[in-house]
Design a protein around this ligand. Structure first.
Ligand code: SF4
Length: 802
């Protein structure tokens, strides 16, 4: 960001070329190769205005036979057409307080039951959101705190162009003469009030109306000061004056292209990177590439439904054409909401309660709108795959991929950038990951015949994403608390072996009555019944709790488990290995360091483990990057991870989602990218990337197998945890179906053991055409047996009050 003196010196003497490259580089560091737009409908609530700006054709005096205000029906018709066309913003633009100037406005407002335009505006904003779900953004003119607070309750963002800080423009002969609301001090007051009320705010300047370059810089600096104080200015528009027929300024010269480019670049250099710089594409046809080169990152609202009522002579480009021209400028066009990403993802501060959950449910991990209907674990169809190739991405992006292929350690920012891939970049990441997979694993796709046994769903932890666990009292709609009898565990193990399994995967809730001894007994019982069965069991949380309840070190407990027959550990309970995320998601379970400690101890004890991530809830791309880096770092030290398993968040029944505090799970792009980026970031340290059919569904896993994954996980037999969260892809994927799915994408199925070895021939043979599973018996949870309440260990709260 440049300082005031430098900016004013540049205003005296600089040409656009000198600034544009610097501005574009600054933009590129933040906006990941994208230019955004908001898909909107334009609702001109009233075109009466008490001001008389001499360049404006939007406002006009009352016309005989014309209503002063749009009716509910007219507004809803526009909004519904927008909703049908995928619009997510209803832009209300209106003249400033017409009731102060025109009797007809007062009378019509009275007939509508209102005294002011702003109170009618609040009513129709609420109506539009309630009836269509489109998010209102209001450009309602100059106002005080009370009105702005009222509008904050019915909109997600508000806007007011400063236009110019120059009071000269109000003088006789100036464009703002006779327009009291164009007094810069009044406008800055309104923008300040927005900051005080935490309103995400859009503002900007209008150039070429008689101001000097220095005054433009002063205008931008005044806005910057307000943003520095409140952090609320989400975008700054640089709008070029267009001379319109029928106005007093019809013959006034328009600003040159050079002035426009210079001002865009200057705005970019003056503001912090998170503030968007926008210029309307319809006001500069034929030069969008140069606007991009000047450093902007947004085209503003573009409507596929309504005209630009402020500039009716300049139609918005068709969205396909806008995408094409943006691509020609080397960028991907992405949709955004009226409220910008950082504000959308921090709704507790920036949004009225009404909008927090609806906005969160509309966005992905970047805070941009979800543009497909796919949802983890549901039968929703995946969207079409991405077009593009490695050859078509920017050199900087290609360089990250090239370094990954060479096995270089990608940095946090490299990995974050890969997660933020859009459009053709997604195709490039998937292509590179697929190449690496082929080089590492060949064309085989492996899977293991395994049975999930979740011995209890009683749990004293409070993971906010978990729909599986049942507290002591919560016999809720999704079934009774249970606690399997040891005989039933053994019966399931024996049955699994008879159906060709080589592994049982055992995990459960953290039952307050369970101790380390419980876990040891389970291992002994399984091995006594079926010595050849591999016991893959106990999350790091269970290991932690087991050790604590026995009062021994984790390493000693792991050694005892190993001696009792434990073969390996699932890398669950990792969720996202970042304490910022865990504080929201699962504050009382093992924290990041504790999870890594248990895993390291397991590896040191000769017990190999898987590794997982559960993503698509509250984390952002940077958290996913940190997670991968932490796994990579431990793997380089111990080599103990057999595979990495991305587990997309299943939202439907998850408490955190039902409370409105999480996203809807990853988008399909994010879900697939997790596999592809992991392949690149973990290469060559973790050679196996697994994709989960339970979460991704048959079509989803095929996409992932073509994007870096080489393993389909287990046949499972009894999948319960994901089903409890709302997934519907079934309980079992028998070998026949697994292999058919793999053949469909032209790959070679291969059954494996837990450690990617060759299973006994007899077991493989038995696994095909296995008898149907017998009924399971979910032994009801016993009443708590001890008189003395067990000590409940909550590792995540160690150091805090337990
Ligand atoms: S995720 Fe595991 S530890 Fe957390 S509440 Fe569910 S069962 Fe308990």
């Amino acid at each position: 960001m440049i300082d005031r003196n430098t900016a004013l010196a540049l205003a005296r003497d600089s040409d656009p070329g000198a600034l544009m490259a610097q501005a574009a580089a600054m933009r590129d560091a933040t906006y990941a190769g994208t230019v955004s737009y908001s898909r909107k409908v334009f609702i001109p609530l009233t075109q009466l205005c008490r001001d008389v700006c001499h360049y404006c054709t939007f406002a006009h005096p009352p016309r005989r036979g014309q209503r002063a205000y749009m009716t509910h029906e007219e507004i809803l018709n526009v909004a519904r057409a927008g909703a049908a066309a995928g619009c997510k913003e209803a832009l209300f633009t209106l003249g400033d307080k017409p009731e102060l100037r025109y009797r007809v406005a007062r009378d019509e407002l009275a007939s509508l039951g209102h005294e002011t335009t702003l109170s009618y505006l609040a009513e129709v904003c609420e109506l539009v959101f309630r009836e269509t779900g489109i998010l209102p953004h209001v450009n309602a003119g100059v106002m005080g705190a009370e009105d702005m607070a009222m509008l904050r309750g019915v909109s997600v963002s508000q806007g007011l162009m400063l236009e110019s800080i120059s009071p000269r423009l109000l003088e006789k002969g100036g464009p703002h003469y006779g327009s009291p609301d164009k007094d810069p001090a009044t406008r800055l007051d309104t923008i300040r009030i927005a900051g005080q009320l935490n309103v995400p705010f859009t503002t900007g300047i209008l150039i070429g109306i008689g101001e000097t370059r220095a005054e433009r810089v002063e205008s931008l600096l005044a806005l910057r000061d307000l943003h520095d104080e409140f952090g609320h200015i989400q975008e700054v528009i640089v709008q070029n004056f267009r001379a319109k027929a029928g106005t007093r300024m019809a013959d006034a010269p328009e600003p040159s292209n050079g002035e426009l480019l210079w001002t865009i670049a200057m705005a970019r250099l003056l503001f912090a990177p998170e503030v968007t710089i926008q210029a309307p594409p319809n006001l500069s046809p034929g030069m969008l590439d140069r606007l991009v080169a000047a450093g902007l990152n947004d085209w503003g609202g573009v409507s596929p439904v309504t005209p630009d009522h402020v500039n009716p002579e300049a139609p918005w480009p068709h969205l396909d054409e806008l995408a094409r021209q943006t691509a020609a400028a080397g960028r991907t066009l992405v949709e955004r909401l009226a409220i910008y990403p950082d504000y959308a993802l921090n709704g507790a501060k920036w949004l009225d309660r009404t909008f927090r959950t609806p906005v969160l449910r509309l966005v992905d991990g970047d805070g941009l709108p979800r543009t497909d209907g796919w949802m983890t674990g549901t039968p929703s169809a995946p969207p079409p795959l991405w077009a593009g190739s490695l050859a078509a991405v920017s050199p900087a992006f290609a360089d990250i991929i090239a370094r990954a292929r060479d096995g270089a350690d990608l940095s946090e920012s490299d990995i974050t950038r890969l997660f933020r891939a859009r459009g053709g970049e997604v195709a490039a990441v998937c292509e590179a990951a697929d190449d690496l997979r082929r080089a590492m694993n060949g064309d085989t796709v492996s899977y293991v015949v395994t049975r999930n046994i979740n011995y209890t769903n009683v749990c004293y932890f409070k993971c906010q994403f978990c729909a599986f666990s049942k507290g002591k009292m919560s016999e809720n709609l999704r079934g009774q608390p249970y606690d399997l009898d040891m005989n039933e565990i053994v019966r399931r193990v024996v049955e699994a072996w008879e159906r060709g399994a080589t592994e049982v995967c055992m995990q459960g809730g953290i039952h307050p009555e369970y101790t380390g001894e419980t876990y040891l007994e389970i291992c002994r019982a399984v091995k006594a019944a079926v010595p050849g069965m591999h016991v893959h069991a106990f999350s790091p949380l269970e290991v932690w709790q087991g050790a604590k309840t026995l009062g021994i070190e984790t390493a000693d407990f792991l050694a005892r488990l190993r001696d009792a027959g434990l073969g390996s550990l699932p890398g669950t309970a990792a969720e996202v290995l970042d304490d910022e995320v865990r504080a929201i998601l699962c504050p009382d379970k093992v924290n990041t360091a504790q999870w890594l400690e248990v895993m390291e101890a397991a590896h040191n004890a000769g017990l190999r483990t898987t590794s997982t991530i559960m993503y698509g809830h509250v984390e952002r791309p940077v958290h996913g990057a940190r997670h991968l880096l932490r796994l990579r770092s431990l793997q380089k030290k111990t080599g103990g991870f057999t595979e990495f398993v991305p587990l997309p968040f299943v939202a439907e029944e998850a408490p955190i989602y039902l409370k409105g505090n999480a996203r809807r799970g990853p988008t399909f792009r994010e879900a697939v990218l997790m596999h592809a980026v992991a392949r690149l970031a973990l290469h060559p340290h973790i050679a196996n990337i697994q994709t989960s059919w339970v979460k991704m569904g048959p079509e989803g896993v095929k996409a992932c197998l073509n994007a870096g994954a080489n393993d389909l996980g287990g046949t499972l037999m009894n999948e319960t945890i994901t089903r409890a969260a709302g997934a519907s892809h079934g309980q079992e994927m028998p070998p026949e179906k697994m292999e058919a799915m793999i053949h469909e994408i032209g790959r070679v199925p291969v059954q494996r053991t837990t450690f990617y070895g060759v299973p006994p021939e007899d077991q493989v043979r038995t696994s095909f055409g296995a008898a149907p599973l017998g009924d399971v018996v979910n032994t009801p949870a016993r009443r708590y047996e001890r008189d003395v309440k067990p000590m409940l260990h909550r590792p995540g709260l160690v150091g805090a009050a337990e």
